[in-house]
Design a protein around this ligand. Sequence first.
Ligand code: GDP
Ligand code: MG
Length: 448
Amino acid sequence: NLSDKLQRSFKTLRGQGTITDDNIAEALREIRLALLESDVNLAVVTDLVEHIRTRALGTQVTTALSPSEQIVKIVHDELVNLLGKDTARFQKSSQPPSVILMAGLQGSGKTTTSGKLAQWLKKAGHRPMLVSVDVYRPAAREQLAIVARTISAQLYEGKLTDGEANTDSVLRLAKEAKREAASFGCDILIVDTAGRNQIDAALMDEMAALKKQLNPSEILFVADAMTGQDAVNSAKAFNDLLTITGAILTKMDGDARGGAALSIRHVTGAPIKFLGTGEKPDAFEPFHPDRIVSRIMGMGDIATLLERAEEKLDRGKAEQFAKKALSGDGFSLDDFRDQLRQIKKMGSMQSILKMLPSVGPFAGMAQAAENVDEKQFTRVESIINSMTDKERKDHEIINGNRRKRIARGSGTTVQDVNNLLRQYAQMRKMFKTIGGGGGIKAQQRMMS
Ligand code: GDP
Ligand code: MG
């Protein structure tokens, strides 16, 4: 992926004292290739590389950052610039309801995303109504009805008689829904539309007619991030016809690392507003350029992780733990168990590990996530539960006999207990190393 490739290209710069024409040319060539291979559009790549070259050459060589770190920072800043800031905002129409028209190819995630958006808007205090005008596939309308029920959102179902699969009935449904939303006091109407496997004239005509009739305040292009360059091409086609006001990238929980985000933004000029990160209604987040850029570059999505942690964790406890873990004393098994419980509150371990950076002290952890056995957590917790207070505070007193007793008490084996103690010791050591000025600080320096 892009991150690995960029990491590799930055390695060529390591150990060089100054940024010169020569050493930057090599790095830029690598960056260019990496971006291209990651589905970033050629025009975007050319622009970007030029910006980076200009900025890099104008940069004073400082003692605080190595040339490679400086270039990492420049690439990071340029990508953030390109993506724009604070994009998850909506235009409103002067008279409610404001209409959000969802556009995109079939399977891109329009219906799923319509539901996610409705839920997100509800949480933000709005009263959204959903309507599906996919009259060509009854199952598609039923799918939205199910989504609406799941999240308890208003839905305009409307009536269709057989043989009414045409643009006229699409427009009629849309019109009725808008009236219904107004009379229900809904301030936003989300219109889920039909998609095709590829852009065809009939679909485009219908979208244009819908736009004309509904006068939407937002036209959001929904793109499957996994489809890379195809998503960019269809974004362009939709934008040429409809002038989209924003894009939502779905399936960011897969392998896609964000190349499509850069290209869509550059090609359409419209901001990416949200990311879809799973099939469930709450797997949806406002788009933060600095985060996705970090993810692209392999720094991991620490900001998202921290935000999620803040939401779900007892903040004081988390800070205490971090302080302890990074200090010379290290953390006790008590703290460890506490932390496990907190982590469980945050969701699955897999989703957490995936957000860690793929470089530095966390290298390999994202891959390790694939192998995490969630049951292991419960096992670890019961082992710690079976220890005495004294043992939890001072793991060094846990001798062979104590291990046997703990294994019996927790329904595990002595080997399980040994494993836990060994891992615990390793973690303590790792945190202390980081606390003592290892990887994390170097990374922070790089990104600040
Ligand atoms: P539509 O044809 O554009 O309406 O697409 P759908 O909403 O029916 O979605 C197509 C498929 O993609 C469904 O199986 C969804 O569950 C799935 N999907 C949509 N968004 C996401 C996402 O963010 N992550 C993942 N993993 N799957 C998604
Ligand atoms: Mg659909």
